[in-house]
Design a protein around this ligand. Structure first.
Ligand SMILES: [Ca+2]
Ligand SMILES: [Ca+2]
Length: 120
């Protein structure tokens, strides 16, 4: 696992915007499967995207649950709130201070905007 993920999202990612790579190791059918899988992943339509390992502990429980991506428009925080590996909370923070939060409904698989506003 060393170096296979994460390094792709170095400084270049900021120039190219957010670019995710299809996750070859997992599929929706396999779910979390047979082996430990530390990376966060997200389902978009019928595809699973591997975001790399979580590197941020947003709720201070000692387990990394989030990772951030910086793009031209600002920063996006991907959070797995229930520790199953699947991202279920996304917070987008724009460079102008506006933010928007979306939460995944596990039943429908739909994202719902839950909050928005401005950081002052
Ligand atoms: Ca945590
Ligand atoms: Ca989750």
């Amino acid at each position: 696992m060393d170096g296979d993920f994460g390094t792709e999202f170095g400084d270049d990612a900021a120039d190219q915007g957010l670019q995710f790579h299809p996750a070859a190791a997992i599929t929706p059918d396999q779910g979390m499967g047979s082996e430990a899988y530390d990376n966060l992943w997200i389902v978009e339509n019928d595809r699973v995207w591997d975001l790399g390992p979580a590197d941020l502990d947003t709720d201070a429980d000692g387990l990394a649950d989030s990772l951030t991506r910086t793009g031209p428009a600002g920063m996006t925080v991907y959070t797995d709130t229930d520790q199953d590996g699947q991202v279920d909370l996304i917070t987008e923070v724009n460079r102008d201070g506006g933010y928007r939060t979306s939460r995944l409904d596990p039943g429908s698989g739909q994202w719902t905007a839950t909050d928005s506003g401005r950081l002052e």
